[in-house]
Write a protein that binds this ligand. Sequence first.
Ligand SMILES: Cc1ncc(COP(=O)(O)O)c(C=O)c1O
Length: 394
Amino acid sequence: MTDHDRKPGFATTCIHAGQEPEPVTGAVTVPIFQTSTYVQEAFGKPRDGYEYARTKNPTRLALEKQLAALEGGAVAHAFASGMAAETTLMLAFVKAGDHVLVSRNTYGGTYRFFSKVLANFGVTFAYVDTTDAEAVRKAVTPATRMLFVETPTNPTMEISDLAALAAVAKEEGKKLGEKIRVVVDNTFATPFFQKPLALGCDVVVHSTTKYLNGHSDSVGGAVICADAADGAKIGFTQNAAGGILSPFDSFLVSRGIKTLPVRMKAHDTNGRAVAAWLSRHPKVLKVFYPGLPGHPGHAVAGRQMSGFGGMISFDLGSEAAARRLLDRVVICALGESLGGVESLISHPATMTHASVEPEERIRRGITPGLVRVSVGIEDVEDILADLSRALEGV
Ligand SMILES: Cc1ncc(COP(=O)(O)O)c(C=O)c1O
């Protein structure tokens, strides 16, 4: 291969994919096409498929091309939130009577949507330990049509082997004469660290609210399909159901993605340092971070991810201890969400995972003393000093 044949690298793709200069003025940044409709050239002659902005918008399309290139997919679609992306995903790919296998430690909102909304429409869900591919194989039923995997999971950072799960889904689907789609929520890792489609999975979903946008100023979601026909189904359902991302938010997410590689490297450097520091702290009972050698998913994470990122959970033993820490931090902002440049800290049991029943929460390791920190890209010495000061009060 000569230099001339070189495929663009990841950072180049983040900056250039879908981001062609605007044809009228040459504007280097894709403009925010804040329009609901388009004037047609003549009766029955819309311009390049632009008829109505729910169906197609140039700012959203630019982001969708960028997202497809980042994940190595055929087609991407951008939605008003991560949950809107999941809603369209499920409307497109499952129907009454179908059975879906789900990572047992999936995000609380995903669990709520599946178990408290979709279950009312005749879809059944089984929450399985996806860190064990053979347990997943055993859980397949004749009605299984999807395996929904989150890795690392929110908040206990469980790691599932995506290549092994894709192989199980393919083999079991073949026996059934049906396709079992493997869908991966890649929100935590981002395509900078993990590429599920390259590992044989079929679909990636994102809450772009998190690392892809990266600046805590937009709520959005995405579905990226390896297969163009699957992508067309998502596009059809998106247009039918309507949960699209706005032009302004599409602009923000595209802009955020351009710095994804530099941000993720910084999150990873700070994340490793904070996890190592917490694991030595006498008041911290346990640290959940796949970058630590003692983490059960360390070897798989080392194989399928190119970094460990900035998400860490740790157990302080009681809700009272967690409360004391969370009331004392200053730089680590107490709030839901994650993946922004600023460090965010939360209490999963009462915040992100409050919708999960108490017994189920404990089963998933979401104890009253568990604290989750999304390590930002501030100076790491300041983050450590903040946590150190706050832990003194615990
Ligand atoms: C892993 C994961 N998936 C999906 C979602 C839902 O995304 P949104 O909040 O953008 O609807 C979240 C939100 O926290 C998340 O953490």
